[in-house]
Design a protein around this ligand. Structure first.
Ligand SMILES: [Zn+2]
Length: 174
């Protein structure tokens, strides 16, 4: 008798042939059949439960942030006070009920003392937005994208995002 091995976990227990293509054990088989029978459900459930992109190399996968995502997104606006009593608006854009973008702006008119913080705030919201698109839309995060967001956050040289960008741009990191 051939000693069959599960292709996915190397187990030799209760291994059977699936679709005449590979061996799967009894534990892995439900997942294999879920992918076979309900690929659309898997694609939808995956970003809700996993924080890495599903099959980024596959051509079959939908790329919602490039194709389906609407030009106009619904958004929720929240008001919050920081510890120095400044008022802020936090605006969270949603796509199919999931948060995919974050903006923040000062709710106090002409608050000049906050100006120096704007670059840091912009970097925070741009990077959080990038991560949200990764989590909920499966967008791949690359070093290049991180650097682009940092570059767009700095208003003048030596803003904090600019310092981070410089470190990330050093040769040994790339
Ligand atoms: Zn297995």
């Amino acid at each position: 008798m051939i000693n069959r091995k599960c292709r996915f976990c190397d187990s030799t227990q209760n291994v059977t042939r699936v679709k005449k293509r590979f061996n799967a054990c009894a534990s892995c088989k439900p997942a294999v059949y879920a992918v076979l029978n309900s690929p659309d459900v898997i694609e939808e459930v995956w970003p809700l439960l996993q924080d890495r992109a599903i099959l980024p190399q596959s051509r079959r996968i939908k790329i919602p942030w490039k194709t389906d995502i609407a030009e106009v997104l619904d958004a929720k606006r929240y008001k919050a006070k920081d510890r120095e009593d400044n008022n802020w608006y936090l605006i969270v854009s949603e796509w199919e009920g999931k948060p995919v973008e974050l903006f923040m702006s000062s709710a106090d008119d002409n608050n000049h003392k906050l100006q120096f913080q704007i670059a840091n705030l912009t970097a925070l919201t741009r990077l959080v937005s990038l991560m949200l698109r990764h989590v909920f839309l499966g967008e791949r995060i690359t070093l290049e994208k991180i650097k682009t967001q940092l570059k767009r956050s700095s208003r003048v040289r030596q803003d904090l995002p600019d310092l981070v960008l410089n470190v990330l741009s050093k040769d040994e990191i790339q």
